[in-house]
Design a protein around this ligand. Structure first.
Ligand code: KG4
Ligand code: ZN
Length: 373
């Protein structure tokens, strides 16, 4: 079954054709990073306008890269929630129109669900989603249920319990900022370019991760909080350069040396990853029947995060017999961020789970809606 997946929830215009939920036949992503690097963040109206210009050429290219005709496409899937209102509208209206014109069933997919399903995309040309298990014999190529999924993106930080395909229970969520948002805000303070995640990761390579001691938030259970960490970095920078807390944060970068920037980037990155690990350890204690841990969303591209998770969530790291067959999954790095392939994969598994197509004449968008169903 070939599905055309369309994604425009934030600042990437993307379309992809995926066969049977895992084989990527084409994957076209047009990023607006260059535009927003200038502003230091996404401007919703500009994003929507850019999606409008790019969406049809992107969808056309997805078909031609896959050497597919419309006759060979079995269904269209689109992100309809959550995200930026204007951006969601462009992708959704395009998908609705194409579904009507080409007479194809239309599936509406939740963005977090599709990030999770990026872990089922394991294709020859793009490389396998890499399972990690201390016992190579037990490592499987797709995640096994029940799954604990950690979704770490610019808009969300959530732990999802997934007992089977297309079933999600939110067991932990952030009370304020998402971890990706925290990367972006701290990058701004340090004078590093947008998006903050990759630039912090790059700067951190030359830094001392133990240079600055940053606090772990005291949040009960599986909840997260990242706004305190952002403020802690801000205060530490102000202290380091010797200015009062009233000093404008956008001017701090002028006072920092490249080494200080690298040290702050490394110390923050280490702390953020430690916080995520702490909560996933607790989640595993609360859900000991878990067979796979799946990490998803833009921040899952982070190499430090991948390395530390591999160390901790292998049975050697966990040291308990019950976890000896636990496997850990990350999307291939180019599929961690927003793309159309993950939308097509999620729709495929929705269809397998019995979800019926949506009405292309009335499909709505939901800028803020939970993944629970
Ligand atoms: O999933 P995504 O592409 O879009 C949303 O759904 O939000 O995630 C974007 C977020 C941004 O905050 C970006 O800074 C972060 O993912 N990000 C990273 C890395 N690459 C992207 N964070 C840390 N390390 C990275 N390598
Ligand atoms: Zn995303």
């Amino acid at each position: 079954m070939k599905i055309l997946g369309i994604e425009t929830s934030c600042d990437e215009t993307a379309a992809s054709i995926v066969e049977d939920g895992s084989k990527i036949l084409s994957n076209v992503v047009v990023s607006q990073i260059d535009i927003f690097a200038e502003y230091g963040g996404v401007i919703p109206e500009v994003a929507a306008r850019s999606h409008l210009e790019a969406i049809l050429p992107v969808a056309d290219k997805a078909l031609s890269d896959a050497s597919c005709t419309w006759d060979e496409i079995d269904a269209i899937a689109v992100t309809h929630a959550p995200g930026l209102l204007g951006s969601l509208l462009i992708g959704t209206l395009t998908a609705r129109t194409l579904a009507i014109l080409r007479d194809k069933p239309l599936y509406a997919v939740h963005h977090l669900k599709s990030h999770v399903y990026a872990n089922w995309l394991n294709v020859g040309t793009q490389g396998l989603a890499k399972p990690v298990s201390s016992d190579a014999g037990l490592a499987t190529r797709v995640p096994c249920f029940p799954i604990l999924a950690l979704v770490v993106s610019g808009g969300h930080t959530q732990i999802l319990y997934m007992p089977k395909h297309d079933k999600f229970e939110i067991v932990g969520t952030t009370h304020d900022d998402a971890v990706g948002e925290c990367f972006d805000k701290i990058a701004k303070i340090l004078g590093l370019p947008y998006p903050g995640g990759p630039s912090i990761a790059k700067a951190a390579k030359n830094g001392d991760e133990d240079k600055y001691k940053l606090p772990h938030p005291k949040v009960e259970g599986l909840g997260f909080s990242f706004s305190g960490l952002k403020t802690a970095v801000l205060r530490a920078v102000q202290k380091e350069v010797g200015v009062p807390i009233s000093y404008p944060s956008h001017k701090l970068k002028e006072l920092l040396t490249p080494q200080q920037v690298a040290d702050f980037a490394a110390s923050f990155q280490k702390t953020a990853v430690e916080i995520l690990i702490e909560k996933m350890r607790l989640a595993l204690e609360m859900y000991p029947e878990t067979r796979s841990i799946v990490v998803a969303g833009g921040v899952s591209a982070n190499e430090e995060l991948r390395g530390r998770f591999e160390t901790v969530f292998s049975s050697a790291g966990l040291r308990k017999k019950q976890y000896s067959s636990l496997s850990l999954f990350f999307p291939t790095p180019n599929l961690s961020g927003d793309n159309g392939a993950m939308v097509a994969a999620a729709a495929y598994y929705e269809i397998q789970a019995g979800v019926k197509p949506t009405d292309p004449y009335s499909l709505n968008i939901y800028p803020r809606i939970s993944v629970e169903n």
